[in-house]
Design a protein around this ligand. Sequence first.
Ligand code: FES
Length: 347
Amino acid sequence: MSNELEHEGSSILPVQQTSTEVNTPVSVLPPHVLRRADIDPIAATRAERQVSIMFLLSALFTLLAIVSFIAIPVDQYVRVPGAGVTQASNLAVGFTLGMAILLIGLGAIHWAKKLMPDEEVTDSRHSFSSSKEIRQSVMEEIRLGGQESGFATRKIVRRSLLTALALLPLPAVVLALDFGPTPKNELRSTLWGKGVRLVTDPTGRLLRPEDFQVGSLVSAHPENLHDWEEENHNLNARAKTPILVVRMSPEELRSTQGEGWDYQGIVAFSKVCTHVGCPIALYEHRTHHLLCPCHQSTFDLADSANVVFGPAARRLPQLPISVDSEGYLIAQSDFQEPVGPSFWERG
Ligand code: FES
């Protein structure tokens, strides 16, 4: 069957084709124009040098990224026009790594444009399963392409590229050293403890049971949090203490941690997702399900916040609560299990 198709103004190759064989297409591409580097060895050498310089500059920027990461103190800040104040080491590492990657890309593009063969080739459509001969010829073409690209013969380009690529993963290794120590036992204790009052987050209003209707949910933290932060000048406690306080009818509670963990149907759970630590606050009071917006872990607050869906591996830690002599909601103790992502708990 002979065909010549017009498709959106461009001509598809005319192909002489039978149902069982495909013939060589007649090319309609413009004739190939030789570039300067194809005919002038001096231009080729100059292009080769330019490519190598880019690859070597990339290697230099990779080393600079490592040096910046090690040498620039983390508490040093700089003002960047248009972006405000930012951490100097982040800026330097980001810039140098970006330049390293950019220069490898630019070098590869320059190499392809100036030195690699740029003849356009066409291939006709054919059946999906190629014959053994075609597969062999393709492999041969790939091999020849590799040869013609100069990867084997242009030693300086090859070596500079390999140097740049070999150095590029190094910053990842150095940056990995900055993951810091594991929290060890720090997630096993929080500011919550016997008699600590619950206050709303962020207004700091003391909470009473009558503030809650069935179905309502409030974010809270310990009353002593603000004083602790003033004294210790850090925000670590704030990351561990947030809770969600929910009221449901006592008969809706399908399971409890034990006697006295809820107060007349009011229950309090850690707000930190046990998957990877996102704050949770999407509550569906009809089902008592609490949904984490990060990866959709779902916890059933009527069933001790056990996981009903999603990647979280364990329930939300519950805070046992009661009321004090003045009628304010208080914690009965700290959490009985570590707050936060499950993997901290292991080991
Ligand atoms: S952090 Fe909550 S589901 Fe992933």
